[in-house]
Write a protein that binds this ligand. Sequence first.
Ligand SMILES: C[S@@+](CC[C@H](N)C(=O)[O-])C[C@H]1O[C@@H](n2cnc3c(N)ncnc32)[C@H](O)[C@@H]1O
Ligand code: SF4
Length: 372
Amino acid sequence: MEVDLLTPFPAGLTVDYSTKCNLRCTYCATGSSSYAEIDMSEQVIHDIAFFCRQLELREVWLSASGETTMAPGWEESLGVFLDQQGFFRLHINSNFARQFTKKDLDALNRFGDIQISLDSSEPEMMKKQRTADLRTIVFNIVRLRQTMIANSRETQLRINCVVSRDNITHIEGLASLALLLGISHLMLSELAAENDNPHMPDLLEKMTEEEALSFARSVYRANEMLRGTPTTMDVQGALLAKLLPALQAMSAGVTPTNVLANFRAETRQSTIGPCLEPWNTVLVMAEGNVKACCGTTESFGNVTETPLLEIYNGEKARAFRQRMLDGGSDLPCYRCPVATSATPAEFQATVEAEQRKYAERGLYYPPPVNAL
Ligand SMILES: C[S@@+](CC[C@H](N)C(=O)[O-])C[C@H]1O[C@@H](n2cnc3c(N)ncnc32)[C@H](O)[C@@H]1O
Ligand code: SF4
């Protein structure tokens, strides 16, 4: 079978329903000078749902930027997804920082997977880094769990912790709070400097050697604490690669040395950011622009002008994928914390294997005309 490496094989889609937010986290694009507040139109929401049906896309994520739960009537506007739980599996990122109403909780109860943004179990740190009140977040989690129990729902609750130089020693404390709150996964993500927010905390590469060692210890202890409990801890790909030598040394009973060296971006072995997101997901922004992921600014087109089906295998999207396959160091993927590392040849082989798997499942992009 001949494989066209530039054709997407989407498995899911992200809907940036609203870019408005109740918070102003110090590292978020909402604090950038160019940030615009927009709500997605009903027409765009319906176009997206149609696209999902055409391509059998069942995994839908809400909120790449902004806070979906902040818009009044969000659960009704998104009814085309929320009322079709038999078809869609819904995921949401949320700050949980506004006290939820019963209506909010009932809507959240319909999600398969909820990722709550929480960077520390210390109220002061949550105020400093996320401008949020930890008490409200914890109360919302408890009330949501009550709602889930009352409805016999098994929604997965996750925490995403963004690690900056400020909260490196907070991992252990956050892990114990996650355990107490019945969270299934605690994810550690590295702070990315992808916007011009003037309040941006220091990146991990600014740590001193002593701080880097304290960070590794905090992660190690958190992992030990969670061992054998229902709460697991994951560390995002590139961050794990930086931490791994130190974690392995600690597990062998040795004090790690040169921990900081791995956090310096220039030591990265990779010639490429081998990420499949431009092939296997689609991000539709509130104004209708289509992008590869939230780490890029390049738009492949706007769904108010061109059908999503066309945009996603259009000239711009294909050229972007070609640049990734070529190992284009002009792309933000090269420094993205999500991507691990590979050579262009390894990455091409991965894309080819994924293309074949997609075809073996009987899926094609675009789908045959009689499926439209
Ligand atoms: C942009 S927010 C949108 C959803 C929602 N408002 C929230 O905070 O969960 C999605 C996730 O991106 C994370 N995030 C925002 N800016 C970031 C940055 N510069 N580096 C790494 N993660 C970031 C947030 O902490 C959050 O977990
Ligand atoms: S990270 Fe989320 S909660 Fe914080 S300002 Fe950005 S969109 Fe809002």
